[in-house]
Design a protein around this ligand. Structure first.
Ligand code: 9D3
Length: 255
């Protein structure tokens, strides 16, 4: 029953829940509140996260904000008090949607996706993957969200210093980075690898066949079969590359 076709059928039958729970050893529930639920349909269709959803290791619940909108037109935004350009998301629809999720999942960790949040990194991904309960990601649109919504959330997260049109892609980044750390996703060799010396550095350079490509040869050491020498070369290359490109990583915490 773990075929893509089944997952798609399920998806049509229950449009707000992707993936089915097949008694996994360990599962994580992500909830997303968004004005654009369709945006979450294809990104997780393939690859590691798609498989994890099919296997029930990750359960993704997408909650459309529009039905919580106000009045006949299900309005979710309004002009800013004090004037200025652009629209602001009204607090009531967001509050109603957040409350609805929280009622079903008491103790759900509520995260507002906002350019003003703390910058998401691997350490936060690891914290999220270790959380016992569900995680709710709230994706905003328009110029901003009414300030009073902040009082309803546990954490505010940005994915970096660039301007997106809304929080949806940012929420997907969080789901991807967190989801791949879960036990069972890719069977775990990845998380073991991440405990190695690669922790505070960029990766060493990788090569595969052919030995020569457009005049560029694979470094001889990698063909030597001397695993001690190979390991030393890789560590040195990783460190050199990190010092050049990302010196900030060398003095920072974990990664
Ligand atoms: C044009 C309006 N912007 C002034 C520079 C403010 C602004 C409001 C809303 C900028 C972006 C957004 C929408 N972005 C997000 O909701 C968002 C986001 C992002 O833009 N960058 C990085 N992380 C995130 S998390 C949510």
């Amino acid at each position: 029953m773990h075929h893509r076709a089944d997952a798609l059928w399920f998806h049509r039958a229950r449009p707000d829940t992707f993936g089915m729970r097949a008694a996994p050893r360990f599962a994580m529930d992500f909830h997303v509140i968004t004005l654009f639920p369709e945006m979450f349909e294809s990104p997780f269709g393939g690859g590691m996260i798609g498989r994890a959803i099919e296997q029930g290791i990750i359960v993704l619940h997408v909650h459309a904000l529009r039905p919580y909108g106000l009045g006949k037109y299900r309005q979710v935004d309004d002009a800013p008090y004090g004037g200025g350009s652009g629209m602001v998301m009204r607090p009531e629809p967001l509050a109603a949607a957040i409350d609805a999720v929280a009622e079903e999942h008491p103790g759900v960790w509520k995260v507002l996706m906002t350019p003003q949040g703390e910058v998401f990194d691997q350490a936060i991904a690891r914290e999220f993957s270790a959380r016992p309960g569900a995680i709710l990601l709230i994706a905003g649109r328009y110029e901003g969200i009414d300030e009073r919504v902040r009082a309803m959330v546990d954490q505010e997260i940005s994915i970096g210093d660039y301007v997106l049109s809304g929080g949806e892609l940012a929420a997907m980044v969080v789901i991807e980075a967190t989801g791949r750390l879960l036990a069972g996703v890719l069977g775990n060799p990845e998380s073991l690898k991440e405990e190695s010396f690669g922790e505070r550095t960029l990766e060493y350079p990788h090569y595969t066949r052919p030995e020569e490509f457009r005049g560029m040869r694979v470094p001889e050491v990698l063909l030597s079969g001397d695993h001690g020498k190979i390991r030393a070369w890789r560590e040195a290359e990783a460190r050199r590359r990190t010092a050049r490109r990302r010196p900030d990583l060398l003095e920072r915490r974990k990664f």
